[in-house]
Design a protein around this ligand. Structure first.
Ligand code: 4AD
Ligand code: MG
Length: 436
């Protein structure tokens, strides 16, 4: 077969080309053999395969090329596809190797165990590992699942700004920037307030973008830059909002299970626990959660927010996500409306994931009365000027509405079974790291 007619294919599609000559292009991530035969472990982003170079004489140019290949060299490999005699795997009997770039022979990541600091320092290369690839593929499914669910449920994508004049989630975690003659601007903590404006235009909407928290938290659940999906809907009240969230999570979990079997296998994820995720999700109040925790020996008080450890403890009793609703208003944001049955409580809910993944969604019904909202802004000592536009929304055709925000890294971490959210974002920003 002449060179010109050899088709370039993706490794994931090799099964469609058995006994045919094909070309693949990618990287050699490992090599075994010598003494007349080399087994090249090849990767192209879509999958992995083994290329076999056989030459008893060890003298052919092909063999010499295989011999000099270093780990992570990029290359194009031509050869005939064959099926593994026992496994559902496909190999290539290599007839030609074209080196695109011979890698320096000191690739820092080897098969031996590396510590997390070393791996994070080499994140730009660590991403290539089988496990890290699997996580990014699942993250992609999670993101697509979110878009799919919202598109099927009449939510319009509205992009919110990143540079903002005001806080959304409390002033202690804002990243400040110097904004020309306008003074101080902030990096957005959440697009929520802007979505509240957009519902007056499109009724239901969602956004998806990076958000920033200058939070000095060094936990396995916190990043300083992460990706949030906010959603907001007019005429939707607290209970209905939880139903929408439940539908969203069930949709995403089912999609990951359907599309990412291979990746979940690489991650050694316990699939059974994900298969249990079905509606309806149980709902308890914050007061009930506190009582449960106290019974389990915690010294948490009635008016305390739930900490990460509290969330983990509570979730030991549940195998599907749990809504904890009606937190004390004073531990929550200014914009939440109050429970009509108890003014001290916010009409809100956090959705906690099982297996120790903690809060994945925070949501609430919003205060839609002008005077009440104004007094809340004053109570929280927020700058009235910066919120003028937000108050306008209560002046011109205000309606009851609710929304929520989902942390994509936390949801992806739960799907993948990763210990720390830092593995779920391609380039994590932590309080002590912004390289690479
Ligand atoms: O609970 P949060 O702070 O809620 C809001 O920002 C609302 N304005 C959202 C809304 O109603 N539209 O954040 C929402 C979610 C959390 O439940 C969590 O999953 C994630 O964002 N999150 C973080 N993820 C990683 N690192 C951090 N530092 C996070 N902080 C919040
Ligand atoms: Mg929250």
């Amino acid at each position: 077969m002449s060179e010109a007619t050899v088709e370039t294919v993706l490794i994931k599609n090799l099964s469609q080309h058995v006994d045919k000559e094909v070309k693949i292009q990618g990287w050699m991530y490992n090599k075994r053999g010598g003494k007349g035969i080399f087994f090249l472990q090849l990767r192209d982003g879509s999958g992995m395969t083994q290329g076999i170079v056989f030459d008893k004489s060890e003298k052919s140019p092909l063999y010499k090329t295989a011999e000099k290949l270093t780990m992570e060299s990029s290359l194009k490999v031509t050869g005939q596809v064959s099926k593994h005699p026992k496994k559902d795997e496909y190999e290539i009997q290599v007839s030609e190797i074209e080196i695109v770039s011979l890698a320096a022979d000191d690739y820092p990541i080897s098969k031996k165990e590396h510590g997390p600091d070393f791996l994070l320092e080499n994140r730009h290369l660590w991403l290539r590992s089988n496990r890290q690839r699997a996580i990014q593929v699942v993250r992609n499914t999670v993101i697509n699942g979110i878009y799919e669910y919202f598109n099927q449920n009449d939510f319009i994508k509205i992009d919110s700004p990143i540079i903002t004049p005001n806080a959304c989630e409390g002033t202690t975690t804002l990243f400040e920037i110097d904004y020309f003659d306008e003074g101080t601007a902030y990096l957005s903590q959440s697009g929520q307030l802007y979505l509240e404006a957009a519902i007056g235009s499109v009724g239901r909407c969602f956004d998806f973008g990076p958000v920033f928290r200058a939070e000095k938290s060094k936990t396995r659940r916190h990043l300083t830059e992460f990706w949030m999906m906010d959603a907001e809907a007019a005429f939707v009240e607290h209970a209905e909002s939880m139903k929408i969230q439940e539908g969203l999570i069930v949709h995403v979990v089912k999609k990951v299970l359907a599309e990412n079997q291979k990746e979940l296998e690489v991650l050694e994820r316990d699939i059974e626990s994900l298969e249990k995720i079905e509606a309806p999700f149980p709902i308890i109040t914050h007061a009930e959660a506190v009582a449960q925790l106290q019974e389990l020996g915690s010294d948490i008080k009635e008016d305390d927010d739930l900490g990460g450890d509290d969330e983990t403890t509570i979730m030991e009793q549940y195998d599907r996500p749990l809504f904890v609703e009606k937190y004390p208003a004073k531990v929550k944001a200014f914009y939440m409306t109050r429970d009509p049955e108890n003014e001290d409580l916010a009409l809100c809910a956090d959705l906690l994931a099982p297996e120790g993944y903690g809060e994945i969604i925070g949501g609430s019904q919003r205060e839609h009365d002008y005077d009440t909202l104004l007094s809340r802004i004053r109570e929280h000592k927020l700058p009235e000027d910066a919120f003028k536009w937000y108050l306008d929304l209560r002046k011109y055709g205000s309606v009851p509405h609710s929304g929520f925000g989902l942390g994509v890294e936390r949801l992806t971490g739960w799907m993948c079974g990763t210990k720390h959210v830092r593995e779920t974002i391609p380039f994590p920003r932590l309080i002590n790291r912004m390289y690479p």
